[in-house]
Design a protein around this ligand. Structure first.
Ligand SMILES: [Zn+2]
Ligand SMILES: [Zn+2]
Ligand SMILES: [Zn+2]
Length: 146
């Protein structure tokens, strides 16, 4: 999703892309590989916009989430984290979570559509999405423990 698409989305819902929203959005775009918590977004954004308060960051992230510009993730580390939505229809990637260092790695590999089809064949349920986290040890931590 590019900045114009996001701008359009905000406008459709009656929101302006204000300087503050733009600043927070830029942080999300610049760190699209990361999964930032509101505190982390705040720490980055305040370097350039020292007047911007953390409450604004929270509010803005909630707004972006409501508009499906970003999505909320839970890695069981005690805070909410966010990443940009791929696109309106797009499938989210899955996450590998290292139990030793807490690093989150993204996996594009996805064989779960086939599983969804199999489940739907049973006729009891229509699946619209799935969300998978894999827990284990990253290569760095694995090497350290050897
Ligand atoms: Zn690790
Ligand atoms: Zn991710
Ligand atoms: Zn998937």
């Amino acid at each position: 999703m590019n900045i114009n698409a996001i701008k359009g989305k905000l406008q459709n819902e009656g929101y302006k892309l204000t300087t503050q929203r733009r600043a927070i959005l830029n942080v999300m775009i610049d760190n699209s590989e990361e999964h930032l918590s509101p505190e982390e977004v705040y720490n980055i954004v305040k370097k350039e916009y020292p007047d911007l308060g953390i409450a604004t960051v929270y509010r803005t992230l909630q707004l972006f989430e409501k508009l499906n510009i970003i999505c909320k993730l839970n890695f069981d580390d005690g805070c909410s984290r966010y990443e940009l939505s791929t696109d309106s229809e797009g499938h989210h990637h899955h996450h590998l979570i290292c139990l030793s260092c807490g690093k989150v790695i993204e996996v594009k590999l996805d064989l779960l559509e086939a599983l969804e089809e199999e489940i739907e064949k049973e006729g009891q349920f229509t699946i619209v999405d799935h969300n998978v986290k894999f827990y284990g040890h990253c290569s760095e931590c694995k090497n350290k423990s050897l």
